[in-house]
Design a binder for this molecule. Structure first.
Ligand SMILES: [Zn+2]
Length: 191
């Protein structure tokens, strides 16, 4: 797995894309929200976000609130239950059994075919599988990435340049720390 691979496994990628509809692009460094535009263009929606279309009951305001809750959760998984239980109360999900290679697993799906239900069912299934805590937002640029590392302690979107999405925040943080240490050393030497 390349170090810059940030893609989430399976349909969880829909959630990552949804979360990243708000971002601070590397080129501009200006907070950018693409959700309103994509919500008004079904082709852009399918291309950028998900094959699951918007339902007439998916209000933009609700989606913005949901995205904020997911962003907060991805930034700090210690507070998952507070942020997400409210949403699981609001959006009904139903259970079904899925058999993969003769192993039966209990999965959740939305009771109504809304986009918010689609997203919340994916979050619920990822919590059950242990994948949710690996969907994180970068401590610097806040870009959402999936942590593929063995011990799951990645904090920045990318440790090296080369990823098409995201920037080398880990490298930038390391360089900044190195410069601070070097400046501190130089200052102490001069004293
Ligand atoms: Zn970053």
């Amino acid at each position: 797995m390349p170090a810059h691979n940030q893609t989430a496994p399976g349909e969880l990628e829909d959630v990552r894309r949804f979360v990243n509809s708000w971002s601070i692009p590397n080129q501009t460094r200006i907070e950018t929200d693409q959700l309103p535009q994509w919500a008004s263009d079904s082709q852009a929606w399918a291309r950028e976000l998900s094959r699951c279309p918007l339902h007439p009951e998916d209000q933009l305001d609700t989606l913005l609130e949901l995205r904020l809750a997911l962003r907060e959760s991805c930034a700090n998984h210690d507070h998952d239950s507070e942020a997400l239980n409210t949403w699981f109360d609001k959006v009904p999900l139903s259970a079904f059994i899925e058999s993969i290679e003769s192993v039966a697993r209990l999965r959740l799906k939305p009771l109504q075919s809304t986009y918010r239900g689609h997203i919340l069912a994916l979050v619920a299934n990822a919590i059950a599988s242990g994948e949710w805590s690996r969907l994180k937002t970068c401590g610097d640029c806040q870009w959402a990435f999936y942590d593929h590392t063995r011990n799951g302690n990645k904090r920045w979107c990318g440790m090296s340049k080369g990823g098409p999405d995201g920037r080398a925040c880990g490298t930038i943080a390391k360089v900044t720390a190195f410069r601070l240490r070097a400046a501190d050393k130089a200052r102490k030497a001069a004293e």
